[in-house]
Design a protein around this ligand. Structure first.
Ligand code: ZN
Length: 133
């Protein structure tokens, strides 16, 4: 079951410049930063209520985020929803005809298992499912 809005992923070119901007807007005290090797990204995140805002910058030109920035520029990249059983949800969504980018969950930031749904079958919104490990 999809149970919550977990985070909003924002594609940025330069993490330090964006951190300074978000610090100004949200008065962020501490960013949680980490590198997610598998996605070739560096993430700086902070919470607004129960929802994380994830500033995501590529660490390699091969990263999907680098390609997104090239095509569309900086901005909202994806919306992530929490689930209590990512495997079941992927099977269910596949069964109802939703195209999956990841048919199996993989490692994401914040010790989460994650998987993306294809924006072609979600009305243009890149959606991610995530489940704490
Ligand atoms: Zn995400």
């Amino acid at each position: 079951m999809i149970t919550s809005l977990n985070h909003i992923g924002i594609a940025v070119r330069d993490l330090e410049i964006s951190k300074a901007l978000y610090q100004k807007i949200f008065e962020v005290k501490d960013f949680h930063t980490e590198i997610v090797e598998e996605q070739m990204v560096q993430v700086a995140s902070f919470k607004v209520g129960n929802v994380l805002v994830e500033l995501t910058a590529p660490t390699s030109p091969e990263s999907a985020i680098a390609k997104f920035l090239e095509k569309r520029g900086e901005g909202i990249h994806h919306i992530a929803f929490g689930t209590n059983n990512i495997g079941n949800e992927l099977t269910r969504l596949n069964d109802v005809g939703i195209q999956l980018i990841n048919s199996e969950a993989r490692e994401g930031a914040h010790e989460m298992l994650i998987a993306f749904l294809h924006p072609k079958s979600t009305g243009g919104v890149l959606m991610e499912l995530c489940e704490p490990k």
